[in-house]
Design a protein around this ligand. Structure first.
Ligand SMILES: Cc1cc2nc3c(=O)[nH]c(=O)nc-3n(C[C@H](O)[C@H](O)[C@H](O)COP(=O)(O)OP(=O)(O)OC[C@H]3O[C@@H](n4cnc5c(N)ncnc54)[C@H](O)[C@@H]3O)c2cc1C
Length: 453
């Protein structure tokens, strides 16, 4: 039984996305409904810019999030607005899209309709599901309660606030060992980038600002189940990254997973107990559980099964892309597969409209990169012909900076992010940049009648 059985349902079709038909089109234009305005959904919408369709883009958030730089928000390097883009801003350049701030609840593919949380049903001619994934705690006891995930803008800001709350507390404490011990769970690119940025924050930003806190009392540790960090990278790059992290005072706990997270500790599978004032969880993702209600075939991890033409298995006209989807080529859950898959969906919808055969995804793996800190990064770039170019140090850092700035949505975000990153990494101006401070509760006198304690 679906939850619609308990709630009144508006059966009439909402007029979402109804634009005046293009000149010369007497019929209402075909309706493309895109659920999720992330990398994949935005790519589909943009690919359909000049197509004779009306598009309804539905997202439960009002903005698109550039997740690869969320850790910069979490560690005081960037402002949240630098890495998010107002989805309705799309309308300034693309008039065939209508943006709706809602949440997909269920789908009836026989009737070609979806239901939103506001109980409106929307009919579609083509449905595109690009709703992404969410944090996977792998059922680890205490992880959901005590660890901080970093999948959204608000979660990144929560981490930043807690960093500063804890630092202020330590600065007021008389105990020499009171400080900030951060444990980062997961030694993939995200975990390494968070740890590197925290080390940067400590050395360049906070050491002078918090003379009360002894240097050793601000620790950063990475916990990784496998024997090495960054397993997606070449061995030479992995060992460079590990060396750089250690050089910057990050300790690596390799070869044991997390058995439990407690309020002030992380317990490893080998029994080690690590003191943690703040545990950042960057260990894995899985599709939202609600996907099961969307009437789509799923694999054992909950991902929607699609063909190489991006259509959902057994449902012509219904497409999926990005982290939520799995094709026969089983591409990694990264931005480029989402962008390339989303763009192909746009082209394939146009092909269906024109009666042409659908194209198949020929994924172009451009490479991968991770930043460790000031003038330190690793980059593996696939040159034409398949030869990899492996870069480290300042060169990789410059490539990383260029790629990230160019990938951001919107010119203002590119300018502010460039300014933020150049400031943070001290090139060529600030040697000791002042971090963007988190919110620490205001100190106020107690209200009359309440106890001060
Ligand atoms: C911290 C972090 C760092 C990362 N770093 C990198 C990196 O350096 N390089 C890289 O290539 N990849 C990186 N990734 C992965 C990359 O961000 C994802 O692969 C990419 O975002 C997938 O795009 P998507 O369109 O599938 O999903 P998303 O970009 O997640 O978009 C999904 C959208 O769907 C919306 N949505 C979800 N459920 C619903 C619903 N029921 N109804 C309506 N809307 C809904 C969400 O609000 C969201 O806007 C990182 C991810 C994270 C979390």
């Amino acid at each position: 039984m679906t939850d619609s059985a308990h709630t009144p349902v508006h059966t009439e079709d909402e007029d979402y996305g109804l634009e005046t038909p293009l000149a010369g089109h007497p019929e209402p234009l075909p309706h493309v409904v895109v659920v999720g305005g992330g990398f994949a959904g935005m790519a589909t919408v943009k690919a359909l810019k000049d197509a004779p369709v009306r598009i309804t883009l539905i997202d439960r958030r009002v903005y698109n999030t550039f997740q690869p730089l969320l850790y910069q928000v979490a560690t005081g390097g960037l402002n949240p607005g630098d890495v998010t883009y107002f989805l309705r801003g799309l309308r300034l350049k693309q008039k065939n899209v209508h943006v709706v701030h809602e949440h997909l609840v269920e789908a009836d593919h026989q009737a070609k309709k979806i239901r939103l949380l506001n109980n409106h049903w929307i009919s579609y001619d083509y449905l595109v599901v690009t709703a992404g994934v969410t944090t996977n705690f792998f059922g680890t006891p205490g992880a959901k309660e005590y660890a901080f995930p970093m999948y959204s803008r608000s979660q990144a800001m929560r981490i930043r606030d807690n960093l500063f709350i804890r630092l202020e507390k330590a600065a007021k404490s008389k105990r020499a060992d009171d400080g900030l011990r951060v444990v980062v769970v997961g030694g993939g690119a995200t975990g390494v980038e968070v740890a590197g940025a925290l080390a940067e924050l400590r050395t360049a930003g906070l050491a002078p600002a918090y003379p009360e806190i002894h240097g050793d009392a601000f620790e950063v540790k990475v916990v990784q189940r496998g024997g090495e960090i960054l397993k997606a990278f070449a061995p030479k790059l992995r060992s460079y990254a590990a060396k750089e992290l250690r050089h910057r005072g990050v300790s690596l706990h390799l070869g044991a997973g997390v058995a439990a997270v407690e309020r002030e500790a992380v317990v490893l599978t080998d029994g080690t107990r690590i003191h943690a004032d703040l545990t950042v969880w960057s260990a894995g993702v899985h599709p939202h559980e609600e996907v099961a209600k969307w009437g789509l075939p799923q694999d054992e991890y909950g991902r929607i099964k699609i063909g190489d033409d991006m259509q959902v298995e057994g449902l012509p006209g219904v497409f999926a892309a990005g982290d939520i989807a799995v094709s026969p080529s089983d591409l990694p859950q990264l931005a480029q597969p989402a962008i390339q898959g989303g763009a192909l969906i746009g082209r394939n919808i146009e092909a269906l409209l024109a009666g042409r055969p659908l194209g198949e995804l020929r994924y172009v793996d451009k490479g991968t990169m991770a930043v460790i800190g000031r003038r330190a990064a690793i980059a593996e770039i696939n040159l034409p012909g398949g030869r990899p170019l492996r870069l480290t140090k300042g060169t990789a850092w410059l490539v990383w900076l260029f790629v990230h700035i160019m990938s951001l949505v919107g010119p203002r975000n590119r300018v502010t992010t460039l300014a933020g990153l150049v400031t943070r990494y001290g090139f060529p101006f600030h040697r000791r940049p002042i971090p963007i401070v988190g919110d620490v509760p205001t100190v106020r006198p107690p209200k009359p009648g309440t106890s001060a304690g």
